[in-house]
Design a protein around this ligand. Structure first.
Ligand code: PLP
Length: 389
């Protein structure tokens, strides 16, 4: 592929007054779902919006428990807090080590530090954004007490393998399923692996209550320790009745919406074969039953002599897309803060190259999806010229 230097320096599509591919800009989130209005009215009518406990929290707890085949569910104030509570629940103590991917949600690193434990960085696999199980033996030490694994950007972690490794060594596994509610792995749902798993109901997430999260576990001791930590005379990190009320109809719709999002992801996979700067090395089997909070790619255009990732993203944003860079990763963190037993090339690549398309677009109609694809076409045509055939 040749880079069209002249076009690259002279024009950024849609930035010079052309009509953007999506003139109305990014698709709204949350959507104006009538089922949410009903839930809010119901919580108003029976006064439950103003109560500490009650039927909405009970129903949500029961529902999440049944769905994930986990006996104990602790609804709480955020996914970030749920990860910390999960680590406390499995008994991580000051001085313990916790294995974490070199590319992950920043709050997970902080959660480990919050317990005065030490992150041990492991690289991610080349075909996902999740830790590579084949490296676990190399990062192990007698101080390792737990492993955190996250499913990120629509790619599912090899969590069955990781679970087996942890079980054989009596190391706790915390599964972060914040980005993939309803995703299926074998005959189980994401959020049902390891000793304890975590969901988020944050304002941008697939299941949203503005804020909120949940811890799920089959172990009563884990549940009790997590619960006791959050208890300060009263529950200090709760999910409210009103939040639970708006989550229930979203759980009803989750499977159908996940299917619709997957169809849009497949559309982008077909349309995207000519987007030479974007790669998505995710196995079909993993993608087929996933759920998509973000649709992730690795941007390799800069290595091909094209614009920086920032410039590339700006051009797509100018076309009306909600697309951004991924996490910054932990490979630059100081040795004082973490142990780094293996090289982290894939984590570094992910930190530099990941671009993420936000999920609301994935529920849009065909016309909008086609326009979004045209935005990618347009930006590619501007920055990269195809070799003559
Ligand atoms: C969003 C997210 C969290 C934290 O959830 P909040 O509810 O926003 O605190 C944790 N892990 C991952 C992978 C996330 O995407």
């Amino acid at each position: 592929m040749e880079v069209n230097k002249e076009q690259q320096s002279n024009r950024i599509p849609a930035m010079e007054g052309e009509t953007p591919a999506l003139p109305a800009g990014p698709v709204d989130w949350p959507t104006a779902d009538p089922a949410i209005r009903e839930a809010l009215l119901a919580a108003w009518s029976d006064g439950s919006w103003g109560t500490y406990h009650g039927v909405w929290i009970d129903r949500l707890t029961e529902r999440l428990s049944r769905l994930h085949a986990r006996e104990y569910v602790l609804p709480c104030s955020s996914g970030t807090y749920a990860v910390e509570a999960a680590l406390r629940g499995v008994g991580v103590k000051s001085g313990d080590e916790v294995v974490l991917a070199g590319y992950d949600f920043p709050g997970n690193f902080r959660a480990i530090e919050q317990l005065d434990a030490r992150p041990v960085l492991i690289d991610i696999a080349a075909d996902s954004w999740s830790l590579d199980p084949s490296l676990l033996d190399r990062v192990w030490s007698p101080s390792v007490r737990a492993v955190i694994v996250s499913h990120l950007h629509g790619a599912l972690a090899r969590v069955e393998t990781i679970e087996a490794w942890c079980r054989a060594r009596e190391i706790a596994l915390v599964e972060d399923a914040c980005q993939v509610p309803g995703a299926e792995i074998g005959d189980r749902l994401a959020g049902s692996f390891g000793d304890v798993s975590v969901l988020s109901f944050g304002g941008s997430k697939l299941l949203t209550a503005g804020r909120g999260g949940a811890l799920l576990t089959g172990r009563e001791d884990v549940f009790q320790r997590a619960k006791i930590h959050g208890h300060r005379g009263n529950d200090a990190f709760p999910l409210s009745q009103l939040q639970a009320a708006v989550l229930l109809p979203q759980l009803d719709a989750l499977e159908q919406r996940n299917r619709q999002r997957l169809a849009a992801v497949e559309f982008f996979a077909r349309r995207g074969v000519s987007w030479s700067s974007l790669t998505r090395h995710v196995s079909r089997a993993s993608e087929e039953r996933s759920s998509f909070y973000k649709l992730g790619w690795k941007y390799t255009g800069e290595m091909q002599g094209g614009p920086t990732r920032g410039m590339f993203l700006q051009s797509l944003q100018a076309e009306g897309l909600a697309i951004d860079s991924g996490f910054r990763g932990f490979s630059q963190r100081s040795d004082r803060r973490c142990r780094r037993p293996v090289p982290l090339p894939e984590s570094e690549l992910a930190a530099h190259a990941t671009v993420l398309l936000h999920h609301p677009l994935l529920l849009a109609d065909e016309v909008t999806l086609e326009r979004a694809a045209e935005a990618f076409d347009k930006v590619h045509a501007a920055f990269f010229s195809q070799p003559a055939n």
